[in-house]
Design a protein around this ligand. Sequence first.
Ligand code: C5P
Ligand code: C5P
Ligand code: C5P
Ligand code: ZN
Length: 453
Amino acid sequence: MIQKQQHSLLNKAEEACELLGRHLDQDHVVRIISHNDADGISAAGVMCNAVAKQQGKFHVTIIPRLKDENIAKFLKEKYKLFIFCDMGSGNLRGIKRLKGDVIIADHHQTIDSKEELSNSIVHVNPHLYELDGTKDVSGSGVSYLTVRPMGCKNLAGLALVGAFGDMQYKNGFTGVNKMIQDDGVDSGNIEIREDLKIAYRSNEPLYKALSYTINPVLKGISGDEEGAVTFLEKIGISYGIKFTELSNEEKDILKAELVKINPKIFGDVFTIPSEVPELTNLEEYSNILDACGKNKKQGIGLSICIGDRKDSIQEAQKLVKSYREDLVHGIQWIKKEGSVIQDNIQYIYTEEKRKKRIMGTLSSIGLDLEILDPGKPVLAMSRMDNIIKVSGRTTTEMTEMGVNLGYALENASKSFNGSGGGHNIAAGAVVPYREMDNFLNLVDEIVRTQLNS
Ligand code: C5P
Ligand code: C5P
Ligand code: C5P
Ligand code: ZN
């Protein structure tokens, strides 16, 4: 059954590819619009690389969300082909008004998916074929599918960078992601080997590297330098040297002890061997793009993806450094302050600029570390003057019990003149500040209903 559904998705992607090909044949500039997170930036990167390979021209814009005012601006543009990556499925009514042809390469669940579309719009989204866009394919993956018939297996690695960014790698890749993985391995673009997944292990002293390691999380160590030092002292390994400087025997001891804390710390590591060293590891590549997006430097991220690297990588690495420091401080903050608990949800709140951009990520990490109760979805609230930006995160277990934060935030925000949506496990919204308490109570109520139905 899945095979058949995947086949239908691939057929739709092929239709999109033919449309793209017709515009490239006529030398039209391709208008690409994508999302400002790691997945969206790599999705745009996949598109641009594929267009460039066909000697085509493109014009890219990376935005945080597709709002009515963005669409109003695109309505004035004279491009003959618009491509929306990692967004668009929730904006069909607006997109239908564009004058040119349109390809939507998205993986978000959508309420207006039943909207009648004309032939000039090709909508590629796994949810339209009952496939799982939260786990099985990301925005960069759907973008990859739409250029795959042009012979783009060299982009399989970049397509999985977005899947890592959207946290779709669990104990492996599944569904379309697995197919992309196979494309990459078969064509030599991707290599996979088992190893310890310690972040920045060749660049930082071991205690720091361990405290920066959040994927997977290490309880008592992630975000906690003192915890990392204590752990290393206990197992008799000096904390000040780099992982790469350890003897093989020390590496074995470290591995055995870390696996006791979290078995996922030893597992498959994905690399693009032909990439420059800073981008070889797909998870590190994704972190770099994520840091660019979270700092509103999406242009640097995109430059990296399309091969204009001279200064971009160095610039991005500075952003990574400040980003990971912010995460460490954020983890300490959550450990200290905890969350405000309601019946069915919990929330954290900030007005601090450096925290605002990482509130969603902090919620995920807090749940993984269990410094936030995994049994209640987390709403992370960031105040921006008169509005509140909301990031919702929960666990696979809660989604299996019926929680769908995408629908909860979409419905609740609409009741207060806001907007929202996303995936069952991770979603976002914007609501007026004065409605914050009412909004939280309504989400609490919706989650209660979801759990009881
Ligand atoms: O808009 P987009 O789909 O790219 O973003 C998905 C978001 O959901 C990302 O912020 C990602 O980190 C988050 N996510 C999560 N936990 C998951 C899956 C996704 O926090 N298990
Ligand atoms: O949820 P959001 O998109 O903000 O999280 C984005 C980034 O945080 C991703 O790159 C993801 O890999 C990282 N992350 C992580 N480990 C966690 C939570 C998030 O690496 N436990
Ligand atoms: O902003 P954040 O990382 O919390 O977003 C999580 C998910 O919710 C993403 O997939 C994002 O595209 C989606 N979202 C949305 N509408 C919003 C805010 C976020 O669909 N207003
Ligand atoms: Zn995405």
